[in-house]
Write a protein that binds this ligand. Structure first.
Ligand code: PLP
Length: 393
């Protein structure tokens, strides 16, 4: 029985109690099997209990759990080197969560200008629909009033503009601006992707005005869109990038990546984390990369994404009274609903299919990246039953 009274009331939890997981499946205490296309909100990138991750975690658990950042960190060095070899970055700082990766990204950008003799340049331009986490700084960055209300004055230095509004960005950039922060594909905001053209214009503006481009790839990174990182689709590179969720495959971890230039203000003593880069997290992070960087893995993501895209296009045609639009990139899929999105989530649950609500009346499908074409079709069949049940009401 649920004893929710003992917990903070911050979450509206669904009455489901999962006991274990196997690949794309979640099994309840009562033994019911759900197809998990929520994947812990894009966290379980390799599904549940992936044998390579389990082995890496067990192996590390028998050797060393924690030593702190007082000493050299072989696991961090290895994972950082691999991230650098596969991205724009020269430097990595490890965190325990997405919000902490964003905090590090924000501090890195501010400190860069401070170290250049411009302490007044601490403002960051962000976009409506953004979600960057729940810390005091990241709720201000995200700009959503419902997350800001009641927690004292909004942290200063975040200037929000409408989605993809270049004129508004240009108007918001002043002598006090340090950088521009965005999610290449907005997750919580409703699966909106910035266009390649807009991202190129933003990059050009940053270069022209000496601003740092900060990407939040906490949700869209680590193979989710069919590339290792979503920015690769646009042909531009950021100066700083926050990563989390998929990189730990379910083990809590995050990272802030930066060019050497952007990270140049982050000298000894400017930042730290007790657990960040913990050996257990590094062992799992390295194991995730073993799989995601393996030959053909991202190809697989694109192939399965195509199965979803075609199946969903057909569902949208057949159930126009339920589905308004299909959005997203790769295996970061948004179904904008005609009916309340929560009703679709409920109907999916009745078919033992899990998805996640997002803003803008969107249901997110974030299947594990290891989902097979067959599992994708099974999920689409369940989604169809859910749509049918709604349309018959
Ligand atoms: C989940 C998320 C965060 C926050 O990550 P936490 O680990 O919950 O702190 C930040 N940005 C984006 C885009 C996210 O999806």
């Amino acid at each position: 029985m649920a004893d929710t009274a003992a917990l903070y009331d911050t979450y509206a939890r669904a009455p489901m109690r999962f006991e274990r997981g196997e690949g794309v499946w979640l099994v309840t205490e009562a033994g019911e099997r759900y197809l998990d296309f929520a994947a812990g909100v894009a966290v379980n990138a390799l599904g549940h209990a992936h044998p390579h991750l389990v082995a890496a975690l067990k192996d590390q658990a028998e050797k060393l759990w924690h030593v702190s950042n007082l000493y050299e960190a072989p696991g961090q060095e290895k994972l950082a080197r691999r991230l650098i070899d596969n991205t724009f970055a020269d430097k990595v700082f490890f965190t325990n969560s997405g919000a902490e990766a964003l905090e590090c990204a924000i501090k890195t950008a501010r400190r860069y200008h401070y170290a250049k003799g411009h302490p007044e340049r601490f403002h960051i331009v962000t976009f409506e629909g953004a979600f960057h986490g729940r810390t005091i700084a990241t709720i201000a960055a995200g700009g959503q009033q419902k997350y800001i209300d009641g927690f004292g004055p909004k942290a200063p230095g975040f200037d929000q503009v409408p989605f993809e509004d270049m004129e508004a960005v240009e108007a918001a950039v002043t002598e006090a601006t340090a950088g521009i922060l965005l999610e290449p594909v907005q997750g919580e905001g409703g699966l909106r992707a910035f266009s390649k053209e807009f991202l190129r214009d933003i990059r050009a503006l940053c270069d022209e005005r000496g601003l740092l481009l900060i990407l939040d790839e906490v949700q869209c990174g680590v193979g989710r869109t069919g590339r290792l990182f979503a920015y690769e689709h646009s042909g531009i590179v950021p100066d700083i990038m926050a990563v989390a969720k998929g990189i730990g495959g379910g083990f809590p971890m995050g990272a802030c990546l930066a060019t050497a230039e952007a990270a140049s203000g982050m000298v000894a003593g400017t930042h730290g984390s007790t657990y960040g880069g913990n050996p257990l997290a590094m062992a799992v992070g390295n194991a995730v990369l073993d799989v995601v960087l393996a030959e053909g893995f991202l190809r697989h993501v694109e192939d399965v994404a195509l199965v979803f895209r075609q199946g969903l296009a057909s569902l949208k045609d057949r159930y126009p009274e339920v589905i308004e639009e299909i959005r997203g990139m790769g295996l970061m899929i948004g179904i904008k609903a005609k009916i309340p999105a929560g009703d679709l989530i409920q109907a999916m649950r009745a078919e033992k299919l899990l998805g996640v609500l997002a803003g803008d009346n969107v249901v997110r499908l974030l299947p594990p990246l290891v989902t097979t074409a067959e599992e994708a079709r099974l999920g689409l069949a369940r989604l169809e039953k859910a749509a049918e049940a709604i349309s018959k009401r």
